[in-house]
Design a binder for this molecule. Structure first.
Ligand code: ADP
Ligand code: MG
Length: 281
Protein backbone atom coordinates (compact mmCIF):
# COMPACT_ATOMS: atom_id res chain seq x y z
CA UNK A 1 0.00 0.00 0.00
CA UNK A 2 1.13 3.54 -0.60
CA UNK A 3 -0.22 6.69 1.00
CA UNK A 4 -1.92 7.45 -2.34
CA UNK A 5 -4.37 4.62 -1.66
CA UNK A 6 -5.61 6.30 1.52
CA UNK A 7 -8.04 9.17 1.35
CA UNK A 8 -8.33 11.08 4.60
CA UNK A 9 -11.79 12.43 5.41
CA UNK A 10 -12.31 16.19 4.79
CA UNK A 11 -11.08 17.88 7.97
CA UNK A 12 -8.08 15.56 8.37
CA UNK A 13 -7.14 15.86 4.70
CA UNK A 14 -6.85 19.63 5.08
CA UNK A 15 -4.85 19.45 8.30
CA UNK A 16 -2.43 16.56 7.67
CA UNK A 17 0.00 15.45 5.00
CA UNK A 18 0.54 11.66 4.85
CA UNK A 19 4.23 10.73 4.68
CA UNK A 20 4.53 6.94 4.63
CA UNK A 21 3.58 3.68 6.35
CA UNK A 22 4.86 3.04 9.89
CA UNK A 23 3.47 -0.41 10.48
CA UNK A 24 0.40 -2.53 10.25
CA UNK A 25 -1.51 -5.02 12.31
CA UNK A 26 -4.76 -6.91 12.37
CA UNK A 27 -7.02 -3.86 12.17
CA UNK A 28 -5.32 -1.58 9.71
CA UNK A 29 -2.25 0.39 8.77
CA UNK A 30 -0.53 3.16 10.70
CA UNK A 31 0.84 6.09 8.69
CA UNK A 32 3.36 8.76 9.53
CA UNK A 33 1.92 12.20 8.85
CA UNK A 34 2.67 15.87 9.40
CA UNK A 35 0.29 18.46 10.80
CA UNK A 36 0.62 21.05 8.07
CA UNK A 37 0.17 24.19 10.22
CA UNK A 38 2.38 23.25 13.16
CA UNK A 39 4.80 20.85 11.47
CA UNK A 40 4.13 18.38 14.28
CA UNK A 41 4.72 14.74 13.35
CA UNK A 42 1.89 12.33 14.11
CA UNK A 43 0.84 8.75 13.45
CA UNK A 44 -2.53 8.13 11.82
CA UNK A 45 -4.08 4.72 12.26
CA UNK A 46 -6.53 3.76 9.57
CA UNK A 47 -8.98 1.14 10.72
CA UNK A 48 -10.87 -0.49 7.92
CA UNK A 49 -14.17 -2.03 8.77
CA UNK A 50 -16.50 -4.36 6.95
CA UNK A 51 -20.07 -3.21 6.55
CA UNK A 52 -21.46 -5.89 8.84
CA UNK A 53 -19.61 -4.36 11.77
CA UNK A 54 -20.65 -0.76 11.20
CA UNK A 55 -23.36 -0.95 13.85
CA UNK A 56 -20.90 -1.89 16.66
CA UNK A 57 -18.44 0.56 15.24
CA UNK A 58 -20.63 3.61 16.06
CA UNK A 59 -20.61 2.58 19.71
CA UNK A 60 -16.87 2.24 19.66
CA UNK A 61 -16.49 5.75 18.32
CA UNK A 62 -18.14 6.96 21.55
CA UNK A 63 -15.67 4.95 23.60
CA UNK A 64 -12.88 6.53 21.66
CA UNK A 65 -14.00 9.91 23.04
CA UNK A 66 -13.02 8.56 26.47
CA UNK A 67 -9.69 7.42 25.10
CA UNK A 68 -9.03 10.95 23.83
CA UNK A 69 -9.24 12.20 27.41
CA UNK A 70 -6.51 9.81 28.60
CA UNK A 71 -3.28 11.51 29.52
CA UNK A 72 -0.40 9.38 30.78
CA UNK A 73 3.34 9.47 30.01
CA UNK A 74 3.31 5.76 29.12
CA UNK A 75 0.21 5.79 26.93
CA UNK A 76 0.25 6.96 23.32
CA UNK A 77 -1.84 10.14 23.23
CA UNK A 78 -4.89 10.04 20.96
CA UNK A 79 -5.32 13.50 19.43
CA UNK A 80 -8.15 13.27 16.96
CA UNK A 81 -10.62 10.77 15.77
CA UNK A 82 -12.62 10.83 12.56
CA UNK A 83 -14.99 8.44 10.84
CA UNK A 84 -14.82 7.83 7.15
CA UNK A 85 -17.95 9.40 5.60
CA UNK A 86 -18.69 6.06 3.90
CA UNK A 87 -18.94 4.53 7.38
CA UNK A 88 -16.36 1.89 6.50
CA UNK A 89 -13.37 3.21 8.32
CA UNK A 90 -12.05 5.18 11.20
CA UNK A 91 -8.99 7.41 11.49
CA UNK A 92 -7.10 7.85 14.73
CA UNK A 93 -4.55 10.65 14.94
CA UNK A 94 -1.96 9.87 17.62
CA UNK A 95 1.29 11.30 18.86
CA UNK A 96 4.18 9.79 16.88
CA UNK A 97 6.25 7.33 18.91
CA UNK A 98 8.85 6.15 16.46
CA UNK A 99 11.61 4.37 18.37
CA UNK A 100 10.31 1.01 17.14
CA UNK A 101 8.29 -1.59 19.00
CA UNK A 102 9.50 -3.81 21.83
CA UNK A 103 9.10 -7.02 19.81
CA UNK A 104 11.57 -5.75 17.21
CA UNK A 105 14.04 -4.97 19.97
CA UNK A 106 13.61 -8.42 21.58
CA UNK A 107 14.04 -10.09 18.18
CA UNK A 108 17.23 -8.15 17.59
CA UNK A 109 18.88 -8.12 21.03
CA UNK A 110 17.28 -10.98 22.95
CA UNK A 111 16.37 -10.77 26.64
CA UNK A 112 16.89 -7.64 28.74
CA UNK A 113 19.11 -7.64 31.78
CA UNK A 114 17.06 -7.74 34.96
CA UNK A 115 17.09 -4.03 35.86
CA UNK A 116 16.27 -2.93 32.31
CA UNK A 117 13.46 -5.48 32.01
CA UNK A 118 12.02 -4.20 35.29
CA UNK A 119 12.26 -0.59 34.07
CA UNK A 120 10.35 -1.36 30.85
CA UNK A 121 7.83 -3.53 32.68
CA UNK A 122 7.17 -0.89 35.36
CA UNK A 123 6.16 1.69 32.75
CA UNK A 124 3.70 -0.70 31.11
CA UNK A 125 2.30 -1.62 34.53
CA UNK A 126 1.86 2.11 35.29
CA UNK A 127 -0.04 2.55 32.01
CA UNK A 128 -2.25 -0.45 32.82
CA UNK A 129 -2.91 0.79 36.38
CA UNK A 130 -4.00 4.14 34.91
CA UNK A 131 -6.35 2.41 32.45
CA UNK A 132 -7.74 0.04 35.08
CA UNK A 133 -8.44 2.94 37.46
CA UNK A 134 -10.69 4.27 34.67
CA UNK A 135 -12.33 0.91 34.08
CA UNK A 136 -10.61 0.40 30.76
CA UNK A 137 -9.25 -3.03 29.94
CA UNK A 138 -6.60 -2.95 27.23
CA UNK A 139 -6.96 -6.62 26.20
CA UNK A 140 -4.02 -6.66 23.80
CA UNK A 141 -0.87 -6.11 25.84
CA UNK A 142 2.11 -7.53 23.97
CA UNK A 143 5.53 -6.29 22.84
CA UNK A 144 4.25 -5.20 19.39
CA UNK A 145 1.95 -2.72 21.12
CA UNK A 146 4.72 -1.25 23.27
CA UNK A 147 6.66 1.50 21.51
CA UNK A 148 10.00 3.09 22.37
CA UNK A 149 10.27 6.86 22.40
CA UNK A 150 13.08 7.64 19.98
CA UNK A 151 16.21 8.92 21.69
CA UNK A 152 14.76 8.46 25.18
CA UNK A 153 16.54 5.32 26.36
CA UNK A 154 14.13 2.75 27.72
CA UNK A 155 11.07 5.03 27.78
CA UNK A 156 8.06 3.19 26.37
CA UNK A 157 4.42 3.93 25.59
CA UNK A 158 1.52 1.54 25.27
CA UNK A 159 -0.41 1.82 22.01
CA UNK A 160 -3.34 0.05 20.38
CA UNK A 161 -5.24 0.66 23.63
CA UNK A 162 -8.97 0.64 24.01
CA UNK A 163 -9.43 -0.14 20.36
CA UNK A 164 -9.10 -3.67 21.59
CA UNK A 165 -12.67 -3.21 22.85
CA UNK A 166 -13.51 -4.07 19.25
CA UNK A 167 -11.94 -7.44 19.81
CA UNK A 168 -14.85 -8.88 21.76
CA UNK A 169 -15.68 -12.58 22.14
CA UNK A 170 -16.69 -12.93 18.51
CA UNK A 171 -13.41 -11.57 17.25
CA UNK A 172 -10.80 -13.23 19.43
CA UNK A 173 -9.97 -15.68 16.65
CA UNK A 174 -8.74 -12.70 14.63
CA UNK A 175 -6.09 -11.83 17.19
CA UNK A 176 -2.68 -12.37 15.68
CA UNK A 177 -0.84 -13.62 18.75
CA UNK A 178 -2.82 -15.79 21.15
CA UNK A 179 0.30 -16.34 23.27
CA UNK A 180 -0.66 -13.43 25.57
CA UNK A 181 -4.32 -14.49 26.07
CA UNK A 182 -5.47 -15.21 29.62
CA UNK A 183 -6.98 -18.63 30.35
CA UNK A 184 -10.40 -17.18 31.30
CA UNK A 185 -10.54 -15.47 27.90
CA UNK A 186 -10.03 -18.83 26.21
CA UNK A 187 -12.64 -20.51 28.43
CA UNK A 188 -15.16 -17.93 27.25
CA UNK A 189 -17.18 -17.53 30.43
CA UNK A 190 -16.58 -13.86 31.00
CA UNK A 191 -13.52 -11.95 32.00
CA UNK A 192 -12.38 -8.63 33.40
CA UNK A 193 -9.34 -6.43 33.94
CA UNK A 194 -7.32 -9.42 35.19
CA UNK A 195 -6.77 -10.51 31.55
CA UNK A 196 -4.36 -7.58 31.26
CA UNK A 197 -2.49 -8.76 34.35
CA UNK A 198 -2.00 -12.19 32.77
CA UNK A 199 -0.65 -10.55 29.61
CA UNK A 200 1.70 -8.51 31.81
CA UNK A 201 2.92 -11.80 33.32
CA UNK A 202 3.68 -13.13 29.84
CA UNK A 203 5.36 -9.81 29.00
CA UNK A 204 7.60 -9.94 32.09
CA UNK A 205 8.57 -13.52 31.24
CA UNK A 206 9.40 -12.53 27.65
CA UNK A 207 11.48 -9.52 28.79
CA UNK A 208 13.76 -11.61 30.99
CA UNK A 209 13.79 -14.85 28.96
CA UNK A 210 13.32 -13.69 25.33
CA UNK A 211 11.04 -16.72 25.02
CA UNK A 212 7.33 -17.25 25.55
CA UNK A 213 6.12 -19.16 28.64
CA UNK A 214 3.51 -21.09 26.66
CA UNK A 215 4.48 -22.53 23.29
CA UNK A 216 2.96 -25.18 21.06
CA UNK A 217 3.06 -26.00 17.37
CA UNK A 218 -0.74 -25.88 17.22
CA UNK A 219 -3.24 -23.28 18.37
CA UNK A 220 -5.19 -25.95 20.27
CA UNK A 221 -2.06 -27.18 22.00
CA UNK A 222 -1.19 -23.63 22.98
CA UNK A 223 -4.66 -23.01 24.42
CA UNK A 224 -4.44 -26.23 26.45
CA UNK A 225 -1.11 -25.16 27.92
CA UNK A 226 -2.40 -21.70 28.81
CA UNK A 227 -5.51 -23.16 30.47
CA UNK A 228 -3.33 -25.50 32.54
CA UNK A 229 -0.99 -22.61 33.33
CA UNK A 230 2.15 -24.74 33.61
CA UNK A 231 5.39 -23.11 32.47
CA UNK A 232 9.09 -23.27 33.28
CA UNK A 233 11.88 -20.73 33.29
CA UNK A 234 14.49 -21.73 30.70
CA UNK A 235 17.47 -23.41 32.35
CA UNK A 236 19.81 -21.42 30.13
CA UNK A 237 18.69 -18.07 31.59
CA UNK A 238 19.44 -16.89 35.11
CA UNK A 239 16.24 -15.11 36.00
CA UNK A 240 16.34 -13.25 39.33
CA UNK A 241 14.19 -14.72 42.07
CA UNK A 242 12.43 -11.35 42.42
CA UNK A 243 11.43 -11.37 38.74
CA UNK A 244 10.32 -15.00 39.03
CA UNK A 245 8.24 -14.15 42.07
CA UNK A 246 6.30 -11.39 40.31
CA UNK A 247 5.79 -13.51 37.17
CA UNK A 248 4.41 -16.33 39.35
CA UNK A 249 1.92 -13.92 40.94
CA UNK A 250 0.75 -12.70 37.53
CA UNK A 251 0.55 -16.05 35.73
CA UNK A 252 -2.12 -17.45 38.07
CA UNK A 253 -4.81 -19.26 36.06
CA UNK A 254 -7.43 -18.18 38.60
CA UNK A 255 -7.98 -14.44 37.95
CA UNK A 256 -9.08 -13.99 41.58
CA UNK A 257 -5.63 -15.03 42.77
CA UNK A 258 -3.75 -12.94 40.24
CA UNK A 259 -1.99 -9.70 41.26
CA UNK A 260 -3.76 -6.44 40.39
CA UNK A 261 -1.87 -3.61 38.69
CA UNK A 262 -1.50 -1.83 42.07
CA UNK A 263 -0.06 -4.96 43.70
CA UNK A 264 2.32 -5.47 40.78
CA UNK A 265 3.62 -1.89 41.07
CA UNK A 266 4.38 -2.45 44.77
CA UNK A 267 6.34 -5.64 44.08
CA UNK A 268 10.08 -5.55 45.01
CA UNK A 269 11.07 -6.24 41.38
CA UNK A 270 9.69 -2.80 40.51
CA UNK A 271 10.30 -0.84 43.71
CA UNK A 272 13.79 -2.27 44.15
CA UNK A 273 13.44 -2.27 47.95
CA UNK A 274 13.84 -5.93 48.33
CA UNK A 275 16.00 -6.29 51.39
CA UNK A 276 17.32 -9.45 49.73
CA UNK A 277 20.20 -9.91 47.35
CA UNK A 278 18.96 -10.10 43.77
CA UNK A 279 20.56 -12.34 41.17
CA UNK A 280 21.30 -10.45 38.00
CA UNK A 281 21.75 -11.95 34.54
P1 ADP B 1 -3.09 -3.06 15.13
O1 ADP B 1 -4.38 -2.98 15.88
O2 ADP B 1 -3.33 -3.24 13.68
O3 ADP B 1 -2.14 -4.04 15.75
P2 ADP B 1 -1.41 -0.93 16.20
O4 ADP B 1 -2.11 0.25 16.81
O5 ADP B 1 -0.78 -1.90 17.12
O6 ADP B 1 -2.40 -1.62 15.18
O7 ADP B 1 -0.32 -0.38 15.21
C1 ADP B 1 0.40 -1.26 14.36
C2 ADP B 1 1.86 -0.84 14.31
O8 ADP B 1 1.97 0.53 13.88
C3 ADP B 1 2.56 -0.88 15.68
O9 ADP B 1 3.09 -2.14 15.97
C4 ADP B 1 3.67 0.16 15.46
O10 ADP B 1 4.73 -0.42 14.75
C5 ADP B 1 2.99 1.20 14.60
N1 ADP B 1 2.40 2.26 15.44
C6 ADP B 1 1.24 2.23 16.12
N2 ADP B 1 1.00 3.36 16.79
C7 ADP B 1 2.06 4.17 16.53
C8 ADP B 1 2.44 5.51 16.95
N3 ADP B 1 1.64 6.26 17.72
N4 ADP B 1 3.61 6.00 16.49
C9 ADP B 1 4.39 5.25 15.68
N5 ADP B 1 4.12 4.00 15.27
C10 ADP B 1 2.96 3.46 15.67
MG1 MG C 1 -1.13 -3.84 17.55
Amino acid sequence: RTSNDIVLPGALAEAYQLDGALGSGAFGTVWRATHIDSGELVAIKVIERTRQLVEDFRLELNEAEILKSLDHPNIVQLKELAADPSGDGCFLVMELVDGGHLQASLDEHGAYEDAHAAEIFRQVAEAVAYLHARNITHRDIKPENILFVRGAGLTVKLTDFGMSTMKDGKLTTLCGTPSYCAPELLLGDGYGKAVDMWSLGVLAFVLVCAALPFVSSTREGLFEKIKKGGYEFPSTKQVSTTAQDLITRLLKTNPMQRYSSREALQHPWLTGDDGLATTHN
